[in-house]
Ligand binder design. Structure first.
Ligand code: AMP
Length: 507
């Protein structure tokens, strides 16, 4: 069996005239364009000296051409290394110095400030790629042949390195092989029933596992099409739902924002067959509201940069609010005691560990960190805390480092957040532990209240007193307009901890 991820795409490609990507400006890129365009760029990369295993680092805005570049890297045997468009030159310097790519591709307008950074990091070629089909890379590609002899790669060879969005310490480069990506995309296309008839609304960034691998690879394998949006745009998304879209993949923020739109109705979503959510916890409340408004149950799944997707709610059967579903076929999930590594009985909360063809090859240049995150029997320690119920549904309770230890007692933030979120005046909340002179850490809550709600710190604590053990009660409660989130909708708990770090300091 051909092992290179691109071979899988090519073998399943529908007729060359079929549209793969359509942009809001009306640009259409067909499967034939994908083959020809990626061959042209692969020729340019080879011409720049890229050989099997070389990294190609890319910091560009979302465009169909960025996808051609991704495919070109696969075909040239290179390791695709996408970088968050929000990274500053100082951050880029770290990534380039760590990954040592042969080629760095950036936005035309960033060339001046990044050229020296790249050269300093030993990158031999800097190219540009803009969103208007412009830049030096495409210019060179136009003159290159539209056939390319793909470099042969094996299943364990690297296809991509994605730096994790670590909020503490240095970002780690997760090394993903051709088989990691191909096996997961094949599984997802099948599990979620994607076919050539599907048209996906794609409004996610493409430097992250969700938009690039879960959405893009799955659609390429299914031979479907995508509406390609630069970002979340509820008006446009609702229009597209009436213009042939059949599915959407999003982070929870997509769903909460769409729920605020009066146009979200059963009628507006009647042609959609699937809504998928992941990358951050979807509130059970959002799940229920969505079902009430549209008649569709959101399918929540769970994964991470290092492992691709691990679990999913079923396509048929109960999609349980607040749960991330069952282990995907071929993937094992277990819950262990974080300290002793002992496997815990069903129902108990502990560390989520996973094993399967989806799990990455380790962190680039960090053998000790890699070794520390795998058990001797090959299970990867995700850092997420969770449990498995009697029906086999996995649910996530928080991150290992989110656990608050106060006066020697463990408090899982999600437990407190769930109680706070159940108060009628509350939209959502985030609970963290910050240093406390007496308790080690003090449970601290941030709340986003409904507009005009008459609610204060004392009322919240009083309401929780009947629901939670005393040690779990927030010592302080703050009201904010919104929780700090990153582009993937993840609440930035490290940022909250930093903001409130002096809160309980004795003066
Ligand atoms: P990333 O590597 O950026 O994709 O982040 C992965 C992390 O996002 C996981 O380790 C989880 O902590 C979190 N995550 C992903 N999907 C979900 C989900 N459905 N519910 C809760 N947390 C999730």
């Amino acid at each position: 069996m051909a092992a290179c991820l691109y071979d899988h795409f090519a073998r399943r490609a529908p007729s060359p005239g079929k549209v793969f990507i359509e942009t809001p400006e009306g640009r259409k890129v067909t499967y034939g364009d994908l083959a020809a365009g990626s061959a042209r760029i692969a020729n340019v990369l080879a011409d720049r000296g890229v050989v099997a295993g070389d990294r190609v680092a890319v910091q560009v805005d979302k465009s169909p051409d960025a996808i051609l570049l991704y495919l070109a890297c696969l075909r040239a045997g290179a390791v695709f290394l996408p970088l968050n468009t929000a990274y500053t030159p100082a951050e880029i310097e770290y990534f380039l110095g760590d990954a040592r790519p042969r080629v760095f591709v950036c936005e035309p307008q960033n060339r001046d400030k990044l050229q020296a950074v790249a050269m300093g990091a030993g990158v031999s070629h800097v190219e540009t790629l803009g969103v208007r089909e412009d830049g030096s890379l495409l210019e060179a590609a136009r003159a290159a042949p539209e056939i390319f002899e793909d470099v042969v790669r094996g299943p364990d060879d690297l296809a991509a390195i994605l730096y994790t969005s670590g909020t503490t310490g240095r970002s780690k480069g997760a090394m993903l092989s051709h088989d990691n990506l191909a096996s997961n995309a094949l599984t997802l296309a099948d599990y979620w029933r994607f076919t050539q008839d599907d048209v996906l609304i794609h409004a996610l960034p493409i430097y992250h596992t969700h938009g690039l691998f879960v959405a893009m690879n799955t659609m390429l394998l299914a031979g479907g099409s995508m509406f390609f949006l630069p970002k979340l745009d509820p008006d446009l998304m609702l229009q597209l739902m009436g213009r042939g879209a059949t599915a959407m993949m999003g982070v929870p923020t997509f769903y909460t924002r769409l729920l605020q739109h009066p146009g979200l109705t059963r009628e507006a979503t009647k042609n959609m067959r699937l809504f998928v959510s992941g990358s951050a916890p979807l509130l059970a409340e959002t799940h229920r509201e969505w079902t009430q408004r549209t008649g569709h149950a959101i399918l929540e799944r769970y994964g991470m940069t290092e492992t691709n997707m691990n679990t999913s709610n079923p396509y048929e059967g109960d999609r349980v609010p607040g749960a991330v579903g069952f282990p995907l076929p071929g993937i094992s999930v277990r819950i262990t005691n974080p300290e002793t590594a002992a496997i815990l009985p069903q129902g108990e909360i502990g560390m989520i560990e996973v094993k399967g063809p989806n799990v990455f090859k380790g962190y680039w240049n960090m053998p000790e960190k890699t070794a520390a995150e795998f058990r001797s029997d090959g299970f990867f320690i995700t850092g997420d805390l969770g449990k498995i119920d009697s029906r086999g549904y996995v649910s996530i309770v928080g991150r290992d480092k989110d656990l608050v230890i106060t006066g020697g007692f463990n408090v899982y933030p999600i437990e407190v957040e769930t109680e706070i979120d159940a108060l009628p005046s509350v939209i959502e909340s985030a609970v963290v532990g910050v240093p406390h002179p007496d308790f080690g850490e003090g449970v601290t809550a941030l709340i986003v209240a409904r507009k005009g709600a008459d609610i204060g710190e004392r009322q919240v604590i009083a309401a929780l007193e009947t629901r939670l053990a005393k040690f779990k009660l927030p010592k302080r409660v703050f009201f904010v307009d919104e929780l700090p989130r990153n582009a993937m909708g993840k609440v930035q708990k490290a940022a909250i901890r930093a903001t409130y770090s002096d809160l309980y300091k004795k003066s």
